[in-house]
Design a protein around this ligand. Structure first.
Ligand code: AMP
Length: 190
């Protein structure tokens, strides 16, 4: 099993690149943001709860997110592996993921971070907001708040995976194809 965490701040291109990589390596892509948005679309209790956090750019509480992620993973018992996109985002989530996957004997192989300067990201997200229909993409102060959540709660995970010798970083500025090629190089290395 090749379980990968695709990592980086909002707007860095995780979802776009995961879509290429999952086809190439026959992996299952789980984006916790997408799962939440599907729940919002279907007006489920989980969606209503998640929306109250997401619209403001806040993280959804760990317990809710971890339970949801584990349910998603359990839907694919025969997969070659997972690309996790947008999860984990806190140390509690990373620890829960390790416990959960280690119990299945399918640990995380690597965390690959996409690296892009913040000013480029704000422009990318505002641009995406023109068509994404996402309230959290349409307002610069909410976008800045999401970066703040990333800096204060999520960026620390670089240390968490570095300590396990699983951290890789890829330059996320360039054409889609160039960035995919850089990711493939890292994928082929383990
Ligand atoms: P994303 O699509 O990954 O940018 O996520 C959009 C929003 O969904 C985030 O700003 C959070 O409100 C919520 N979200 C997604 N994944 C997580 C997570 N792992 N932990 C907490 N909140 C999350």
């Amino acid at each position: 099993m090749k379980n990968i965490v695709l990592f980086g701040p909002p707007g860095v291109g995780k979802g776009t690149q995961a879509a290429f990589l999952k086809d190439l390596y026959k992996l299952t892509h789980i984006s916790t943001g997408d799962v939440f948005r599907n729940n919002i679309k279907n007006n489920t209790p989980l969606g209503i709860l998640a929306k109250s956090y997401m619209d403001k750019g806040n993280l959804v509480p760990d317990e809710v997110t971890i339970n949801m992620l584990e349910e998603e993973v359990n839907k694919f018992p025969n997969t070659n592996g997972f690309i996790f996109d947008g999860f984990p985002r806190t140390t509690s989530q990373a620890k829960a993921l390790d416990l959960f996957l280690n119990a299945k004997n399918t640990p995380i192989k690597a965390m690959i971070a996409l690296d892009v300067p913040e000013d480029i990201l704000v422009k990318r997200i505002l641009n995406r907001g023109l068509t994404s229909n996402r309230p959290d993409d349409q307002d610069e102060s909410r976008i800045r708040h999401r970066f703040n959540e990333y800096q204060t709660k999520t960026a620390i995970l670089i240390d968490y995976y570095t300590a396990q010798n699983k951290f890789y970083s890829v330059n996320g500025v360039g054409s889609l194809e160039e960035i995919t090629k850089r990711l493939i190089k890292v994928f082929e290395a383990f």
